[in-house]
Design a protein around this ligand. Structure first.
Ligand code: C2E
Ligand code: MG
Ligand code: MG
Ligand code: MG
Length: 288
């Protein structure tokens, strides 16, 4: 590449770091253009009530469909979107799109579902964040208690005061709050005490081995018992086998999400699922 640019010799000394920086800049520009071109899509993953098997909630998961690169996972571009500030318009688009979709589902579905949306720290730090959410709820006619905002422990470490104020306002509005990836951060019980969290989502790294690793089984059981005594609900992430479902049911975990139940799906597939098949895991043949 340097050769084509002519005689400026120093370009031959392009280091890996330079290459990385160049690639980062290119990706950042791609991201900016993608936002303008509306190349993002939301996939929706069902969350079931473990007792009945009914879909009670759906998590919105963003995908970037680049014409050349194909489907790009959020783990690649969300960190970059956060660094560049693009997460604010992107996050706003996710909120509006997911709430609009959930409101449509709840209008045609006799059993209302919740929509779970992942937030970034930057969104929560916006002074007017709760007002933005309120406006979106009004615009989409989604009931506040059908919106579940997913936070992570790392979001709550800094700027405790302002975040707490925003979260309390959202809570007063009737929104639900959940703590995502529980167990991967500091897992400080103080978070549950200090923040108005309704639900703990046990990270899939614990769920993965619950049927074979006694430590993971013990941790999952202890977290569930602890959350229940604090009157919080528990969702297990990354449920991949029948054994997972059986164990989680035995220890009274409330809800489950994972490939055993369903992969994340485009909106139209989920509409079909909501229309036809509400009880996903009781019959293995109904799995997606
Ligand atoms: P997350 O919020 O913890 O979402 C769960 C992730 O686990 C999703 O990955 C989902 O596809 C995957 N997953 C679900 N079931 C299983 C399973 O049984 N096994 C395994 N191995 N994986 C499973 P995805 O969609 O790639 O998203 C990754 C992360 O990107 C999310 O983790 C979330 O932190 C972030 N993210 C996704 N969408 C958004 C968004 O709209 N805004 C923000 N700020 N972050 C988002
Ligand atoms: Mg999540
Ligand atoms: Mg998670
Ligand atoms: Mg995660």
């Amino acid at each position: 590449r340097a050769k084509k640019r002519g005689k400026s010799c120093y370009q031959f000394f392009t280091t890996d770091i330079n290459t990385a920086a160049t690639e980062q800049l290119a990706l950042e520009n791609l991201l900016r253009e993608a936002l303008a071109r509306k190349e993002f899509q939301l996939y929706y993953q069902p969350i079931i009530d473990l007792e009945s098997g009914a879909i009670v909630s759906v998590e919105a998961l963003i995908r970037w469909l680049d014409p050349q690169l194909g489907l790009i996972s959020p783990d690649t571009f969300i960190p970059l979107a956060e660094e560049t500030g693009l997460i604010l318009p992107l996050g706003e688009w996710v909120l509006l799109t997911a709430c609009t979709q959930a409101s449509i589902w709840n209008q045609c579905n006799p059993y209302p579902i919740r929509i779970a949306i992942n937030l970034s720290a930057h969104q929560l730090e916006q002074a007017d964040f709760s007002e933005r959410v309120s406006k979106i709820l009004k615009k989409t006619a989604l009931l506040p208690h059908h919106l579940e905002l997913e936070l992570t422990e790392s979001m709550l470490i800094n700027r405790m005061e302002s975040s707490l104020k925003t979260l309390n306002t959202l809570k007063k509005m009737g929104c639900r709050l959940s703590l995502d990836d529980f167990g991967t951060g500091y897992s400080s019980l103080a978070y549950l005490k200090r923040f108005p969290i309704d639900t703990v989502k046990i990270d899939r790294s614990f769920v993965q081995d619950i049927s074979i690793d006694p430590d993971d089984a013990a941790i999952t059981t202890a977290v569930t018992t602890m959350a229940h005594s604090l009157k919080r609900k528990v969702i297990a992430e990354g449920v991949e086998t029948r054994e997972h479902v059986d164990f989680l049911n035995k220890i009274n975990v409330d809800e489950a999400q994972g490939y055993f139940i369903s992969h994340p799906l485009p909106a139209s597939d989920l509409s079909q699922l909501l229309k036809e098949r509400r009880y996903l895991y009781h019959d293995d043949s109904l799995r997606f």
